[in-house]
Design a binder for this molecule. Structure first.
Ligand SMILES: NC(=O)c1ccc[n+]([C@@H]2O[C@H](COP(=O)([O-])OP(=O)(O)OC[C@H]3O[C@@H](n4cnc5c(N)ncnc54)[C@H](OP(=O)(O)O)[C@@H]3O)[C@@H](O)[C@H]2O)c1
Length: 329
């Protein structure tokens, strides 16, 4: 015990210092976001909806002036939302980092698409995006961009995790608030936050940070949806919580799925039908709906252990696939 005392003291000191730094960093982030939001919102309030900012020109030839905006439109679920909303006649505003992908999608759709490439992990890109949206009437906002990091928390790279929190939490939160303010002022609209079924489980060992980011957006959306309901708001907000969907998500997160994935088409088709019914939490896919409901009947600790076992299996399968691919090259 005597030998452990200096160690314990160091741990306590480190804890105090870390605690102070985290509080200070959180304060700075909150101040930046608050100032940015206030400035951008006041500009938005003063802007003329018929006089869009930027040099994109008005949506033409589509008979509709209100935009549908999709973040993370360069791939997967976001790309499919863009396809479907374009078919419904919306002029689109598409956001992601990979401009070439967005340009290819614009060529494929052949309808009005404004491209606003942005890295949503970067605060300056987020601010620029809010500014570029000023003056454009937005009817549908698909808050979708996100990615996962997998592995034991002790080994995952903190920089990548901070990037994940910046995109999955900070950017989604700021855009949600910003667009909601605008839609309230403009008399209505639809916002879909893309979280994950991961956010509806108590925790996801070996992908703990990702599960936590998705729990944040699921909880935030549910809370705000109730506030809006009580206030009689004309704005609908929903939260899409898919299980496995076959997109580029796995490659980015370096995992494979425990359950077979559904297609992005199936996911988006179901989401659009439930959005039309103004459902708050949307879970596409029968199996994952059953899993989400079923886990509520189990003790939390058991659910977390099952999630750990599944996640471990996914990582092992991914590692084996990577090793096999390595041998073949
Ligand atoms: N696939 C699944 O199994 C699954 C399940 C539940 C929830 N989700 C959620 O669904 C959403 C879409 O994922 P997906 O499955 O369609 O995966 P995906 O195919 O990898 O697409 C992710 C999209 O997010 C964009 N993105 C990532 N980081 C970004 C950044 N820093 N700035 C701007 N855009 C960024 C990507 O564009 P760029 O790389 O071009 O920037 C891409 O368009 C995510 O929020 C994900 O968490 C997916």
């Amino acid at each position: 015990m005597q030998r452990a005392e200096p160690y314990l003291k160091t741990m306590k000191d480190t804890g105090r210092i870390l605690g102070r730094s985290v509080k200070k960093a959180a304060g700075i982030c909150a101040q930046n976001a608050e100032t940015m939001l206030k400035e951008t919102l006041s500009r938005a309030a003063g802007a003329n909806p018929d006089d869009p900012a930027g040099d994109f020109g008005d949506p033409a030839g589509c008979g509709r002036k209100n935009y549908a905006v999709v973040t993370g439109a360069s791939s997967g679920i976001g790309m499919e939302f863009a396809r479907r909303l374009s078919l419904e006649g919306y002029p689109l505003i598409l956001i992601a980092r990979r401009r070439d992908r967005l340009e290819a999608l614009r060529r494929e759709l052949g309808t009005e698409c404004l491209l606003l490439p942005a890295d949503l992990a970067r605060r300056e890109d987020l601010i620029r995006l809010c500014e570029d949206l000023v003056g454009r009437r937005i009817e549908v906002f698909i808050n979708n961009a996100g990615f996962g990091v997998s592995g034991p928390f002790l080994t995952t790279e903190v920089g990548r995790e901070i990037g994940m929190v910046d995109v999955n939490v900070t950017a989604q939160h700021v855009l949600f608030k910003y667009i909601l303010h605008r839609m309230e002022a403009e008399g209505g609209g639809t916002i879909l936050n893309v979280a994950s079924s991961a956010g509806l489980f108590p925790a996801g060992p070996y992908m703990s940070g990702y599960y936590a980011t998705k729990a944040y957006m699921a909880s935030l959306t549910r809370g705000v949806a109730e506030e809006l309901r009580q206030a009689g708001s004309p704005v609908y907000v929903g939260c899409l919580c898919p299980g496995p969907v076959n997109t580029e998500f796995n490659d980015v997160a370096d995992v494979s799925f425990a359950l077979p994935g559904i297609s992005a088409e199936e996911c988006v088709d179901y989401a659009l039908r439930m959005m039309a019914r103004r459902q708050t939490v949307i879970i596409p896919g029968r199996e994952i709906r059953a899993a989400v409901i079923g886990q509520r009947l189990l003790p939390t600790a058991l659910t977390v252990r099952i999630a750990a076992a599944q996640q471990k299996k996914k990582m092992e399968e991914a590692a084996a696939a990577n090793a096999e691919a390595g041998e073949q090259t």
